[in-house]
Design a protein around this ligand. Structure first.
Ligand SMILES: *Cc1c(COP(=O)(O)O)cnc(C)c1O
Length: 224
């Protein structure tokens, strides 16, 4: 099957960014963010060998993915968007990774569900590097204490950090700050970089790039 054009370009750009940074391309996981797109758009991307997909809403993922996962064993789903504590149960069941752990109540709910379901999704704490009022995430100055609480209070094994830089700022300082917080907390994974800035994120050590538009095309305006 021929490779979808957006996917080919993203794969080539990831390879180039890794070469420029002296990194092994295998150290970067492409998370293809398929939110708002239906199975007919997802199938060709799976057909081209892509195995990791991201969604930002539990409800949408529950409606769309079970048949796709059944048809394509080895495909995995990551939750990249905000998670309500009352959806922790569904999220732990459906996702192999959660990129948006951002507050004590959610950490507590996830800790309980992970113990109950004996599932071990990869967990990322989201850092609000720009301290934006409307954005989710832990403030940089609160990150170390929150990570300690995740481990000691809620029994969560956090693997990495995630950030979404402010729209109107250069992303590099935000990626650097996220990498620095991860390093001092002994975390090896970094979920950073979207369609507009993933090559920069790779230069700053991203291990997971979350890319929607560059693979699937533009989403309709009323969707995030
Ligand atoms: C939608 C979304 C993405 C993908 O964004 P694009 O700009 O379309 O690549 C990445 N991360 C999160 C958290 C998202 O909600």
């Amino acid at each position: 099957m021929s490779e979808p054009e957006g996917l080919s370009k993203v794969r080539a750009e990831i390879a180039r960014a890794c070469r420029d940074a002296g990194r092994d391309p295998a150290s970067v996981t492409l998370v293809a963010v398929s939110k708002t797109f239906g199975a007919e758009a997802v199938e060709p991307v799976i057909g081209a060998g892509q195995r990791v997909f991201g969604e930002n809403r539990v409800q949408e993922a529950k409606a769309k993915w079970p048949p796709l996962l059944a048809r394509h064993p080895g495909t995995e789903l990551h939750l990249v968007g905000a998670l309500q504590s009352n959806k922790a149960k569904d999220a732990v069941k459906l996702f192999e990774a959660i990129h948006s752990v951002d507050r004590p109540s959610l950490a507590e709910a996830l800790g309980k569900e992970i113990a109950r379901q004996s599932r071990r999704p990869l967990l990322f704490v989201e850092i609000n590097t720009g301290a934006e009022a409307q954005k989710a995430g832990v403030l940089p100055q609160d990150a170390d204490a929150f990570l300690t609480a995740c481990r000691d209070r809620y029994g969560l094994a956090i693997s990495g950090l995630m950030c979404i830089p402010p729209h109107d700022e250069a992303p590099a300082p935000h990626f650097a700050l996220t990498a620095k917080i991860a390093r001092r907390n002994g975390l090896s994974l970094l979920s950073m970089g979207m369609s507009a800035d993933y090559t920069t994120a790779i230069a700053f050590g991203a291990t997971h790039v979350r890319i929607g538009t560059a693979i699937f095309g533009a989403r309709s305006k009323n969707e995030l």
